[in-house]
Design a protein around this ligand. Structure first.
Ligand SMILES: [Zn+2]
Ligand SMILES: [Zn+2]
Length: 178
């Protein structure tokens, strides 16, 4: 994971949240208290979470990094819509009619209770098998089983995060300590 890129993406997400709030304040002609963003405190298979009582949004850096477009365009406004809906209609159902219309107003094209596009990341977090990769440049990487399978089937190509040469499956070792 490229740290600088990750920081940029986290900033992008904060901007996306802020813009959604600006939009909501214009649309409903009222103020909404800005939420606090919490990173990587979600367990299980959830993509994101909104906590209405404490006005907090929970997001995952792994999913943001893996599929930033989807996470910023779909998951982020999806969660913002939960907080806004709660302020506008405190008794509305979590993914009900009210939430759907708010989510659409905030740019979610097809509001749904769950969102696809992260399947391989979610599956790898459940699996425990990992591979160590030692690049010619000396960089060590960890690759999940899913990625290694794709590499072997030649359906995906991955690059070393440091020297950007393509990953050579001959230099992969099954990780010993998980
Ligand atoms: Zn939801
Ligand atoms: Zn390298």
């Amino acid at each position: 994971m490229n740290v600088k890129r990750m920081e940029e993406l986290k900033q992008d997400l904060q901007d996306t949240v802020l813009n959604a709030y600006i939009k909501a304040e214009k649309l409903w002609d009222r103020e909404f208290e800005l939420p606090k963003i919490v990173w990587d405190k979600i367990s299980g298979r959830k993509l994101g979470m909104a906590h209405q009582l404490t006005n907090r949004l929970f997001f995952r850096t792994d999913l943001l990094y893996h599929n930033p477009d989807k996470y910023l365009e779909d998951t982020t406004p999806h969660e913002v819509a939960h907080l806004i809906t709660h302020k506008l209609f405190p008794y509305a159902k979590s993914h009900g009619r009210e939430w759907k219309s708010v989510a659409r107003c905030l740019g979610v094209v097809n509001p749904k209770s769950t969102s696809s596009g992260f399947q391989d990341v979610i599956t790898t977090t459940r699996k425990s098998k990992w591979y160590d990769y030692k690049c010619v440049c000396g960089q060590c990487l960890k690759l999940s089983q899913t990625r290694v399978n794709k590499l072997k089937r030649k359906t995906r190509v991955y690059w070393c995060t440091k020297c950007e040469t393509t990953i050579d499956t001959k230099r992969l070792f099954e990780s010993i300590n998980n």
